[in-house]
Ligand binder design. Sequence first.
Ligand code: PMV
Length: 308
Amino acid sequence: MITASAPGKLILLGEHAVVYGKPAVALAIDRRFACSLETSDEDMLNGRPADFSKHPYIHHMLRKHGVTNVAIDTVSDIPAGSGLGSSAALSVSVSAAIRSMKGESVTEEDIAMDAFDTEYEVQGRASPVDSSASTHGKGIVVNGPGERLWSASRGGNAWDISEIDIPDMTLVVGYTGLHAPTGPLVEKVRKFREKNRFGYDIVEEIGVATLEGINALGVGDIARLGELMSYDHKLLTILGVSCAELDKLVNAVSPYSYGAKLTGAGGGGSMISLTDRPDKVCEVIERRGGQPFAVRTNVKGVSVLNRS
Ligand code: PMV
């Protein structure tokens, strides 16, 4: 049996615009998805006979590697549809487990590209930000400065993924409890951007703010980074991917934060606060009906454990 695990992530700046090749910055967090894989007489998922065609990410990954007759067990502390990269962490860990089982290459780049391909095909459109952050761990930048890890291109867009050093900072996540699948939100932005010059301009503006934020991160200017995060939330709201619950939590924590914004696809899911008052922020999120948790960053990416 092979067991692999991979972290969830949060996007500090640049979600949605990154789908169109704009920059983004994402950090892996101390919440993980783990899967164990072994050959079996019939397809099994978590101890029961399974029809993998009902599990699109796993199905796509198995088909891609020509694997049939497997038993997969999963365990995760990343809430699904929470904007914290659960589908990428699933794809990354399943790719690592399959590749190990088959004796194939398990470089970070191979795994990240497998997971990106799966996210792209299942969601109809995606960027490599989630899959790269989950594979590499720590902090990654897309289409910005830093030491290059790998590159990807798809549908006329191209992305260079780099590693970035992350200064010490405290981030609190507030989960709305609303499950919001990524695909429909990405599709909503596509329509808005294609039909409206205004939508196009907002995506460009997110790109500009994100690059400035990456530079602020690089020099440890947490105050400026926070301002840009709050600004990014406003731009994402104009794009139509926020919701009342997210706005309520973002507004409530703002007096105690350098900055706050939705993270990931939006429409529910989670928001983040960059703060030096994590206890107060957690209390405020809880009082407004959200589920708060402080996250640790600078965590390791995909890991494979070989048990037989
Ligand atoms: O909500 P998540 O964790 O699936 O993050 C999605 C990030 C998007 O930029 C909206 C989509 C993407 O593939 O980059």
